[in-house]
Structure formats: structure tokens, C-alpha cells
Design a protein around this ligand. Structure first.
Ligand code: GLP
Length: 242
């Protein structure tokens, strides 16, 4: 695990965007795993700017998103599909056929999970996976207790995750109770992992990630076993680490 400490959210976003841009510029074909949430927004904003300035292209990039709520229409403003289109994909030169986000409205969810895994495999696997962390240590929507052997699956969201994510909904009652998420093993199969963390709300999670044991009770701890795992975290997020 390599930890890059930065001063604040803006610096985290810049470091992250530079790392992503470097990887995209180094390769003729690239498979990029993406996350939603407040954390990566700043980095996506910079990637859009650099794409507009032609410093960076996404024409050769295939993307896979980590997760999606079950039961939300793509046009629902709180769906991860909507988030990704508005915060990134609508503003860059990516081929829209190369974007993959789990379909939370699939009739057969088990089939959708299997289809998603197959799509990742047939793209040749994910080269770089961008991640955020939940306050309870979840990655993607892998809640505490999820098996480290898990592939893409349906998960029941914990009350605490639904509460934290209510800020992205008009009414807290609208937060879905379930989601499709890439599993821990799906994430660990990526060539490189990049975890972005900002703010004091994440300080306890960072302490447990860095100082704690590897355990299924704390999903993010699995990442420490990955040979190419980088954390870019700001001072507030690292404030409780020894
Ligand atoms: C959400 C998402 C995760 C995200 C995490 C942190 O529930 N499913 O993929 O990384 O929680 O979100 P945020 O960046 O808004 O703190």
C-alpha cells in the first residue's frame, strides 16, 4: 500500500486526475474502473477540462462502474447512471458504447450480475480501478461482512449507508434498500487500485484501514493485499492515523 498525503480535497483531486491521465496517455487501449460519490467528482472535473484542452483523450478507453442502485430509472437524478453521465461521460470524447454501468432495473438480477462479470472479462479485465470508501469501510457497495471471494452481486444496503447517501436524494425515504455491486474479488482482480479519501468524516475509516487488521468486517482492508494499491488521502482523512 502506497499512501500519498495531500493537504485538501483540491490537491487530492489533482493528484488523482494526474495519475489517471498518465495511465490513459501511456496506453493505446485502457480499461478504467470508476466510482461515484462526492469524492471523485473533483478529479472528474479536471479530466473533463483536460479533455476539452486536448491534453487527454478517452477515445481508446472502456469504463466499468463499480455499482448501481436497484430500482432507480437511469433518468432518476440519484441513479449512478445519471451521476456518471452528468459528472463525466457527457463532457468527454468517450465512445458511449464503451461505458458499462450495472443495470439496476434488470428483470433478472442474477443474470445481470453474471453478464457484468463477463463484460469485464471480455474487455480483458480492469487496468485501473478508482475507489472511494464508505464511513463503515465499504468499497463500492460491499458492506461489512461481504466475502472477499465475492464477484458482482446484489447487496442489501445497511441503514448507516442509506443514511449517509440520503444527501444525494430529495427524500431520505427514496434511498433504495438494495444495489448491484462489483464484488471484492472483482475489484481485487484489477491491475491497479486507486483509493481517494477526503475529509474528517473518513478519519475513523482511514485509521482502521491503515492501522487495523485485514478482515471481512472491514471490506476496504482487503485492498491492502493488492500488490499495486495507492491511497491518495488528505490531512483531515489521515488525522487519526498513528
Ligand atoms: C457510496 C458508493 C461508493 C463510494 C462511497 C463513498 O455508497 N457506493 O462507491 O465510494 O459510498 O462515497 P463518497 O465519496 O460520497 O463519500
Amino acid at each position: 500500500m502506497k499512501i500519498i498525503e495531500v493537504d485538501n480535497y483540491e490537491q487530492m483531486s489533482l493528484e488523482a486526475a494526474e495519475l489517471i491521465a498518465n495511465r490513459l496517455n501511456e496506453h493505446n487501449e485502457f480499461v478504467l474502473g470508476l466510482a461515484t460519490g462526492g469524492t471523485p467528482e473533483g478529479a472528474y472535473h479536471l479530466l473533463i477540462e483536460w479533455n476539452k484542452q486536448r491534453k487527454l483523450s478517452f477515445k481508446h478507453v472502456t469504463t466499468f462502474n463499480l455499482d448501481e442502485y436497484i430500482g432507480l430509472d437511469r433518468e432518476h437524478e440519484s441513479s449512478y447512471y445519471y451521476f456518471m453521465m452528468n459528472k463525466l461521460f457527457n463532457h468527454i470524447d468517450i465512445n458511449k458504447d464503451k461505458i458499462h454501468i450495472p443495470n439496476g432495473l434488470a428483470m433478472n438480477l442474477a443474470e445481470e450480475c453474471a453478464r457484468y462479470e463477463e463484460a469485464i472479462a471480455s474487455a480483458g479485465g480492469i487496468d485501473l480501478q478508482v475507489l472511494g470508501i464508505g464511513q463503515n469501510g465499504h468499497i463500492a457497495f460491499n458492506e461489512p461482512g461481504t466475502s472477499f471471494d465475492s464477484k458482482t452481486h446484489v447487496i442489501e444496503l445497511t441503514p448507516s449507508t442509506r443514511e449517509v447517501n440520503a444527501r444525494f436524494f430529495n427524500d431520505p425515504k427514496e434511498v433504495p434498500t438494495k444495489a448491484i455491486t462489483m464484488g471484492i474479488e472483482s475489484i481485487m482482480s484489477s491491475g491497479e487500485l486507486l483509493l481517494l479519501v477526503s475529509g474528517k468524516e473518513k478519519a475513523d475509516a482511514m485509521k482502521r484501514l491503515i492501522d487495523g487488521n485485514i478482515s471481512e468486517d472491514f471490506p476496504a482492508s482487503a485492498l491492502k493485499q493488492h500488490p499495486s494499491f495507492t491511497v491518495i488521502a488528505d490531512r483531515e482523512a489521515l488525522s487519526k492515523v498513528k
